[in-house]
Design a protein around this ligand. Structure first.
Ligand code: NAD
Ligand code: TYD
Length: 350
């Protein structure tokens, strides 16, 4: 039976990918390796945790020896690597954690795979999941393609760019069979409420200010998380070894427009008078080094592997809001304790 290792499977995107793989590949063993940082939550996976082909391993990818011993014990065939520190604002206040998890952690996994697979790469794959933020910032026009030169600006994007380069270097140098995808901003159920969309939903339900950085004019290209998981599956199955694939939603929004849309839908769902939540919008100090615009050209993925997003944004955002309103206990649990301290530190001087 094939053994597939998914790192970061207790996080936002990882949990959707683990669910997809556990349910779809019942003839494979799926191993979810996660350190369970503040962003990792096994409550995201209660529906699959008892499946006979699902296994959880609590481990830190920064521990290189541990990675080697896990590869020796389990002899994984294929790896999909998502584990990372993922929040730009945290990377600005604490870059070192990002260097360790995103760069050193990735190299540890590459080394462990090389050590275990030796030079026999038959049926092996190291799939590295990355972000469009490695390409830097666009002006008002143009798109990121797979050929766009890397130009990261935040410690987060620089650490992801660095890990992408290392993954490619292991392919070029050691012939390790790799594939990389770079995706735009994800939204959907189970996203930790420090990222824009769940933070806005959480604050509206608690009647708290909605912090919009700068003038809210920065643009992001939003993709529903389940569509990202579908894209990873397609690339995992059919992607060409050594290649990069961009994944995006063709769905650009200014931050302020997204916040207003969420306000409007939340008013409707909570039975509040239209315009109530918009009054909570508060413009705050901009993020340092804030990239103006991200937009992905996902033509290659569409043309070569026949993937495209399945959900329109309006439908996806409504599904997302419904999920958070139906799972308020999940929101309460993740937004207590350490979260409150983070929130206070992050927003007190803005
Ligand atoms: P997330 O923060 O929700 O989850 C990250 C997971 O990795 C958590 O479960 C955490 O416990 C785990 N983790 C962190 N450090 C670890 C370590 N040292 N050892 C083991 N596990 C560790 O992140 P996400 O939004 O689900 O992103 C997943 C991946 O996708 C990341 O690599 C990210 O760069 C990439 N990505 C995210 C987006 C997005 O919009 N969220 C877009 C494109 C790419
Ligand atoms: P975020 O969800 O942190 O994703 P990323 O920085 O990876 O794109 O932020 C999305 C956009 O929303 C980004 O331009 C920053 C902005 N933003 C706010 O305006 N207010 C907030 O409280 C947060 C968290 C983000």
């Amino acid at each position: 039976m094939k053994k597939i290792l998914i790192t970061g499977g207790a996080g936002f995107i990882g949990s959707h990918l683990v669910r997809l793989f556990v349910n779809k590949y019942t003839d494979c063993q799926i191993y979810n390796l996660d350190k369970l940082t503040y962003a990792g939550n096994l409550a995201n996976l209660t529906d699959v945790e008892k499946a006979p082909n699902y296994h959880f391993i609590k481990a830190d990818i920064v521990d290189g020896e541990k990675m080697i011993s896990l590869f020796e014990s389990y002899d994984f065939d294929q790896v999909i690597h998502l584990a990372a520190e993922s929040h730009v604002d945290r990377s600005i206040s604490n870059p070192m954690e990002f260097i360790m998890a995103n760069i050193v952690g990735t190299v540890n996994l590459l080394n462990a795979a090389r050590h275990q697979w030796k030079n026999d790469f038959t049926g092996k794959l190291f799939y590295h999941v990355s972000t469009d933020e490695v390409y830097g910032s666009l002006g008002d026009t143009g798109y990121f393609t797979e050929e766009t030169p890397y130009d990261p600006h935040s410690p987060y994007s620089a650490s992801k760019a660095s890990s992408d380069h290392l993954v490619r270097a292991y392919h070029d140098t050691y012939k390790l069979p790799i594939v990389i995808s770079n995706c735009s901003n994800n939204y959907g159920p189970n996203q930790f409420p420090e990222k824009l969309i769940p933070l806005i939903i959480n604050n509206i339900r608690n009647n708290k200010p909605l912090p919009v950085y700068g003038e809210g004019l920065n643009v992001r290209d939003w993709l529903y998380v389940v569509d990202h998981a579908r894209a990873i599956d397609v690339i995992f199955q059919q992607g060409k070894i050594g290649e990069t694939y961009n994944i995006g939603g063709h769905n650009e929004w200014k931050n302020i427009d997204i916040v207003k849309l969420v306000c409007q839908i939340m008013d409707e769902k909570l039975g509040r008078e239209n315009g109530t939540s918009e009054k909570l919008i508060t413009y705050v100090k901009d993020r340092a080094g804030h990239d103006l615009r991200y937009a992905i050209d996902a033509t290659k993925l569409q043309r070569e592997l026949n993937w495209e997003p399945s959900l329109q944004f309006e439908e996806g955002i409504r599904k997302t809001i419904d999920w958070y309103l139906e799972n308020q206990q999940w929101l309460d649990e993740v937004s207590s304790g350490h979260y409150l301290k983070y929130y206070e530190d992050q927003y007190q001087n803005r």
